[in-house]
Design a binder for this molecule. Structure first.
Ligand SMILES: [Zn+2]
Length: 373
């Protein structure tokens, strides 16, 4: 499916003669007669192309969409980013969005030239490669953190995606390119030089909820919950082509989704001019309800988080005290004059929380044998 793209920044160059896909600015200059363009990294990988070791095209976003043009695909990608396809089939994703499987596939093929399942698979594989490159975590733990069901499955997918096993990929990384796991797990995300990190952080500072998130100079911090355990993530940009995620988490399970959410908040998988994304659609809806129906929404949201959110131990000195409240907690929230939560806002929030509980209760449970590992 070789296509000409309206915006070449959104695609990757593939070289038929070598079976490799490259960044637009790769120093390798193949004969143009042997090259084409595919709409995304996921498209190149599902067509059997492998990432270039020279320009490190594996560091490109797996897919990048223009939200205004492909709104439905962007919504589906948000769910994939939340790990939906780790526990569900493509048909369930379509049903959740109110489409037929066939229609969803067609939307994806139009926008990114890959199916939702291919996008999910590439996403896991790239995240595992990031952990192999950037950390000293054992390969078995990486399989778990990236959402693979077994080590064997990770080996198969990594070999099919990159042409190397996880152990081979780890052995090829450059000396000094990785970080020890101390003071948080630091992961480097590579971005275009034109990416405006400071602009995103400035924009996040105007909406930050005190206690839940903090902007401190050029650093954004936020309380997160992974499988019910509180933690903190920090985002900063030590150089123009890098955004670092530092994760202070009690467990690696679900790390792939935390990093996906960081990418979404920073608009890393969208076109350049898109606004910051939301950490979670539920949280964004609750915030919107408070802003629509309360006199002093900033203060009300701060109180709501302090009163109903799970406490985060040991982070008060950086201004982080609580995780955003769960739908379970907010399903019974009452109006309160001390926090300024109006009757109307409380009713809207209860309704949102109940809807969220119904939507998530149809999720298949995480298999018990994996939770024990
Ligand atoms: Zn290349």
């Amino acid at each position: 499916v070789i296509t000409r793209l309206p915006d070449p920044r959104l695609g990757v160059r593939v070289v038929h003669s070598t079976g490799i896909y490259c960044r637009a600015d790769c120093p390798a200059r193949p004969n143009p007669a042997n090259t084409g363009v595919l709409a995304s990294v996921a498209a190149a990988e599902s067509a059997g192309y492998r990432a270039c070791l020279r320009c490190r095209s594996d560091r490109l976003p797996v897919v990048r969409v223009d939200q205004s043009q492909h709104e439905q695909v962007a919504r589906a990608l948000d769910l994939i980013c939340d790990g939906f396809l780790d526990h569900h089939r493509e048909a369930d994703l379509a049903a959740r969005l109110g489409y037929s499987s066939r229609h969803l596939r067609r939307l994806f093929l139009d926008a990114v030239a890959a199916t939702p399942s291919h996008v999910a698979r590439s996403r896991r594989a790239h995240f595992a490669r990031l952990l192999l490159d950037e950390t000293d975590l054992p390969v078995t733990q990486i399989a778990y953190a990236a959402g693979f069901r077994s080590l064997r499955r990770m080996n198969e997918v990594m070999h099919a995606t990159f042409g190397f096993t996880p152990t081979q990929l780890r052995n090829t990384r450059a000396r000094g390119e990785h970080n020890a796991v101390d003071g948080g797990l630091r992961l480097r995300l590579y971005v275009d030089r034109s990416y405006d990190f400071d602009g995103y952080v400035a924009s996040l500072s105007t909406t930050a909820i005190s206690g839940l998130e903090v902007v401190d100079g050029r650093r954004y911090r936020r309380a997160v919950s992974v499988c019910g355990h509180p933690g903190v993530v920090e985002l900063d940009s030590p150089s123009p082509r890098r955004v670092d995620v530092v994760a202070h988490l009690p467990a690696l399970e679900g790390l792939v989704d935390v990093v996906s959410r960081c990418r979404r908040v920073l608009g890393l998988d969208r076109t350049a001019d898109s606004p910051p994304g939301v950490w979670s659609t539920f949280e964004a809806a609750v915030v919107a309800a408070a802003r629509a129906h309360c006199d002093d929404p900033d203060r009300t949201l701060e109180r709501l988080v302090r009163r109903h959110g799970q406490p985060v131990p040991g982070a008060a000195d950086v201004g982080i005290t609580h995780v955003f409240p769960t739908p379970e907690r907010l399903a019974t929230v009452r109006s309160s004059s001390t926090s300024g939560l109006s009757r109307q806002a409380a009713a809207a929030i209860r309704e949102l929380a109940t809807a969220e509980l119904v939507a998530t209760s149809t999720h298949a449970p995480w298999p018990a044998h994996l939770s024990a590992a």
